[in-house]
Ligand binder design. Structure first.
Ligand SMILES: NC(=O)c1ccc[n+]([C@@H]2O[C@H](COP(=O)([O-])OP(=O)(O)OC[C@H]3O[C@@H](n4cnc5c(N)ncnc54)[C@H](OP(=O)(O)O)[C@@H]3O)[C@@H](O)[C@H]2O)c1
Length: 258
């Protein structure tokens, strides 16, 4: 049976680089995104460059029945997923009292509700075959309080906690759960969140390709967690030990908050 990887948010940034990693390593792929043109372009690129099967599902993952739509399409194709990458995400930055609550609720829906539901759906099938690997894209914000980015970091903390516990629950089952945590990565993520000029995206910024390579390797090894990059590891340690006032001031600078 063919082993497919399903990648959410595959049309851009880390997700797109991950599709290349899977394709290079001869896995068949289901790419999931909401932009038809970008999906088609990526599908054609992958089909022409690599000797793998590529299918795409166009769905806005904020739609209430997004998981149902994915389930139905996989059922029609008779495709079973061996590798799940929960990657789609976005950010909303600023003082909590002033940020857009609609965007924050969407973030909770995408990062937490949708991801939890999709993982359960595909995990049940993986359990039937006693094989599967799940990759969750977390963040350094999963480990530390992030003032001026409180909802984003809280959703990523949920994802880290969910991943770590599920990985232990599944020990010996043939299924692993890997949570990787990058810091700033050069993708369209910063631009979409109005963070391009923020200090956070000026220091220690990693290439999406590098992050995807490390993530793919960790996933295949069944590594549980990984904060990617020395700078990000140090950032997490120092944020935990520095006085609150210093963390508040530094966060303001990092996030470009007035
Ligand atoms: N870049 C960083 O600094 C950084 C750091 C730590 C963690 N991360 C995490 O890494 C993951 C990937 O982000 P990235 O940096 O690669 O950003 P990106 O280039 O903006 O890619 C995000 C992907 O998610 C998709 N997406 C967002 N909302 C969606 C929705 N409602 N329905 C369908 N697809 C949706 C986007 O589609 P569209 O193109 O259609 O918007 C895009 O394909 C995210 O979970 C992010 O939180 C990023």
């Amino acid at each position: 049976m063919r082993q497919y990887a399903l990648i959410t948010g595959a049309t851009s940034g880390i997700g797109r680089e991950l599709t290349y990693e899977f394709a290079k390593n001869q896995h068949d792929i289901v790419i999931v995104g909401r932009n038809e043109d970008k999906l088609q372009a990526l599908e054609h690129e992958l089909l022409s460059k690599y000797n793998v099967d590529v299918k795409s599902i166009r769905v806005d993952l904020l739609e209430k029945n997004a998981v149902e739509q994915i389930k139905e399409q996989l059922r029609k194709w008779k495709i079973v997923i061996s590798f799940l990458v929960n990657n789609a995400g976005f950010n909303e930055v600023g003082e909590f009292a002033k940020t857009d609550i609609a965007k924050e609720l969407d973030m909770i829906q995408l990062h937490i509700v949708f991801t939890t539901e999709l993982t359960k759906l595909l995990l049940i099938e993986m359990q039937e075959r006693k094989y599967g690997k799940i990759l969750n894209i977390c963040s350094t914000g999963s480990y530390i309080p992030c003032p001026y980015n409180v909802v984003y970091a809280a959703t990523k903390s949920y994802l880290l906690s969910f991943s770590k516990a599920l990985d232990i629950e599944l020990k010996g089952s043939g299924i692993t759960v890997t949570a990787i945590s990058p810091g700033a990565v050069k993708t369209s993520f910063a631009e979409k969140a109005n963070l391009e000029e923020a200090l956070l995206f000026k220091i220690g910024v990693m290439e999406a390709k590098k992050v995807a390579q490390v993530a793919y390797r960790d996933l295949m090894k069944g590594k549980s967690t990984h904060i990617i990059g020395l700078y990000n590891k140090l950032l997490v340690i120092f944020t935990k030990i520095l006085p609150k006032k210093v963390v508040q001031m530094a966060s303001k600078k990092m996030m470009n908050v007035e």
